[in-house]
Every structure is written in structure tokens, then in C-alpha cells.
Design a protein around this ligand. Structure first.
Ligand code: ADP
Ligand code: MG
Length: 357
């Protein structure tokens, strides 16, 4: 049995279904991210797990014990929430000590733990400062130290880095990963930023309209999204309308962008004939076919070329469909001429097919 289990959770606000049929299992020590667009139910699920929101139905259990009715303060979870601000009149050290005082730790133990947490988040020199004397990143480190100080059973984080600029956000992402490794605490993290989710998580649960539509490791979601929505949300380029057809001898073929190719057996056994969506990663589009491998040969013209350093970003206008983007090897001397005819090749085993729904 998993460490944290949410089963059949449902929550409505009047006509709005914030959560429907939510099932999620998190292992002890895992870093799991709830990823989805704004309004898809991520915060509602986190609040239900925290105990601040009571679900209409369903259960939440921790280490085999039903905690659905347990008060938030008795769950022993740490929180780093949007707008869950530091206490402005307290020093950094007092902020971190606060949850320990609430738990009636003795003074010596509190002092030792505060010192340890300050060192862990790299703020040992700033213990006496007030929150307003800190940068945004430093404040967030204090919030994280405060949330981890009492050895929470789980750390719940709701878009904790969304207010920081890009560079600081990336630094803090690495820092949170390090803290996760170092403490071994289970992290449940909410973000709408797919890059952040991919970079940080052991597993990601993708939300769409109050439901979890796919759960998996970042690589699984990236390479094998189960729906067009997940593929699009995971930042896949080149989602293209296609048709699934049965070729000679029963092979499954796809028709897209004016070309046709047989897919490897087994890949799309469950797909019915008819309209579907294919996706092709820019890095899987090549100027030459791979010898001995069936490929989709897409003919079109070069619409745009940008030199981005490690590759050329080439936009192609296929004869039979919308523009696609390819990462082609950078030519050291010149760009492909815009307007020139071009044929690019995508290996059949690199083509993803998902139902349109
Ligand atoms: N307290 C509330 N009262 C009414 N509607 C709410 C409340 N909290 C959330 N909702 C609605 O529930 C849906 C999910 O919200 P939320 O969980 O905050 O989404 P996310 O965190 O993914 O952006 C939204 O439509 C939101 O407007
Ligand atoms: Mg939210």
C-alpha cells in the first residue's frame, strides 16, 4: 500500500466540479507534481490533502490510516503555499522556530534545529534579519526551512516559485531537488509550468478540468502522452491531424501531412481507423531517412530558419498541412534558403499517435 492514497475524491463548488474521480498514490520519499492549467483543480486537491478543504466524497489515507476527517494541524504536514507569507515582525530564526514552539519542543532542541535549517538553506548569516530585509528568493528559502523544520510527514508546495524571476526560479528548482534528496521527505508539488514539472519530479499527475488524465515519470509523459491534451500540455510541438488506416496485410498506417507510413507492429494496436493526432518531436525530424527504417517523408518548403547555436530551428510548410518545426543540424556556414523546397523524414518509431478526444 502506498504512503499517501487519495481515493475517489470529489469536490464541487456550486456548478463547478473542482475535483472528480481523483485517485492518486504517492510513495514515501517521492517527489510528485500536480501539473495542469489554471483552474484545473490542483490547489483544491492539495488543500484537501492538507485538510483545509473537506472533499464532498472520497477518502485520503496516510500510511494505511484514514485521515479524511483529521484536522490540518494533526496531519503534521509542511506547507509552502502561494501567499502563505512569513511572519513580518519575526526574525528569520524566529520564523523557523515558530512551528517548533507550537509543537512544544524544548529550547535547546529548537535552537539546534533552527541552526541546522539555516545552514541547510544557506541563510546562516541572515538569522536576525526580518523578512522585509530579504530578497524574494531568500524569503522563499525561509518559508521552506520553516515548513521542513519539524520533520513533516509530507511537504506540500503550491506554486512556490511562481513569483520569482526565471534565473532565480531555476536556482530554487535545483535547491528544492537537493533538499528533497537530502531530507528524504515526500514532496507534493503544484505547478502550471511543464518545464518545472519535468525538471523536478519523480512523477507527474496531469490535471484537466478537475480530473487526473495521466500519471507517470516525466520521460513517460513526454514520450508517451496518452491524449492530445497531455501531449500539448507537455510542450510537444508538431501536433498534427492524421488518419489511421489499415494497409496491405493489416499493418497500421498513418496518413499525415500528405505522406503515409506503416507504424511498428504493436505501437498503436488499440487505435481505431479514422481521425487521430500524431506528434513528432522537432529533434526527431531529419534531413535524411534512417537507412532500413520506414519514415514519414514530408515534402514542403522552408518557411523560416533561426540559428540558435546548437541546431537550426527550421519552420517547414508541408504541402499537405500546417507548419511544423524541426531542429536540424546547424550548418556552420549558411542557413537553408527560405522558400526552398525541402523534404524531411521522421522515423515511424518516433511518431506518436494519440486519439483526438
Ligand atoms: N473556494 C472556492 N469557491 C468556489 N470555487 C472555487 C473555490 N476554490 C476553487 N474553486 C474553483 O474550482 C476550480 C479549481 O480551482 P483550483 O483548484 O484553484 O485550480 P488550480 O489550482 O489548478 O488553478 C476552479 O474553477 C475554481 O474557480
Ligand atoms: Mg492553484
Amino acid at each position: 500500500m502506498s504512503f499517501l492514497v487519495a481515493r475517489d475524491l470529489r469536490k464541487t463548488y456550486g456548478p463547478v466540479t473542482a475535483l472528480a474521480d481523483i485517485g492518486l498514490e504517492v510513495e514515501e520519499g517521492e517527489f510528485v507534481t500536480l501539473l495542469g492549467p489554471s483552474g484545473s483543480g490542483k490547489t483544491t486537491l492539495l488543500m484537501a490533502i492538507a485538510g483545509f478543504t473537506r472533499p464532498d466524497s472520497g477518502t485520503i489515507s496516510l500510511a494505511g490510516r484514514d485521515i479524511t476527517g483529521v484536522e490540518p494541524e494533526d496531519r503534521d504536514f509542511g506547507f509552502v503555499f502561494q501567499g502563505y507569507a512569513l511572519f513580518p515582525h519575526m526574525s528569520v530564526a524566529d520564523n523557523i522556530a515558530f512551528p517548533l514552539k507550537v509543537r512544544k519542543w524544548d529550547r535547546a532542541r529548537i535552537a539546534a534545529r533552527v541552526e541546522e535549517m539555516l545552514a541547510t538553506v544557506g541563510l546562516a548569516d541572515l538569522a536576525k534579519r526580518k523578512p522585509r530585509e530579504l530578497s524574494g528568493g531568500q524569503q522563499q528559502r525561509v518559508a521552506i526551512a520553516r515548513a521542513l523544520a519539524f520533520h513533516p510527514k509530507i511537504l506540500l508546495l503550491d506554486e512556490p516559485l511562481s513569483a520569482l524571476d526565471r534565473t532565480l526560479r531555476e536556482t530554487m528548482q535545483r535547491e528544492l531537488k537537493r533538499l528533497h534528496r537530502q531530507t528524504g521527505v515526500t514532496f507534493l508539488y503544484v505547478t502550471h509550468d511543464q518545464e518545472e514539472a519535468i525538471a523536478m519530479s519523480d512523477r507527474i499527475a496531469v490535471f484537466q478540468k478537475g480530473r487526473i488524465v495521466q500519471v507517470g515519470a516525466p520521460r513517460d509523459l513526454y514520450y508517451a502522452p496518452s491524449t492530445r491534451f497531455v501531449a500539448g500540455f507537455l510542450g510537444v510541438n508538431n501536433l498534427v491531424d492524421a488518419r489511421v488506416v489499415r494497409g496491405a496485410g493489416g499493418a497500421v498506417e498513418i496518413e499525415a501531412l500528405g505522406a503515409r507510413v506503416a507504424l511498428p507492429p504493436g505501437k498503436v494496436a488499440a487505435l481505431p481507423e479514422g481521425p487521430a493526432t500524431v506528434f513528432m518531436r522537432p529533434e526527431d525530424i531529419a534531413l535524411e531517412p534512417t537507412p532500413g527504417e520506414p519514415s514519414l517523408a514530408i515534402a514542403g518548403t522552408v518557411a523560416d530558419v533561426s540559428f540558435v547555436g546548437s541546431f537550426d530551428l527550421v519552420v517547414i510548410e508541408p504541402r499537405g498541412g500546417p507548419e511544423i518545426t524541426a531542429h536540424l543540424p546547424a550548418d556552420r556556414t549558411r542557413a537553408l534558403p527560405v522558400g526552398a523546397p525541402i523534404t524531411v523524414h521522421v522515423r515511424a518509431d518516433a511518431i506518436g499517435v494519440v486519439p483526438n478526444a
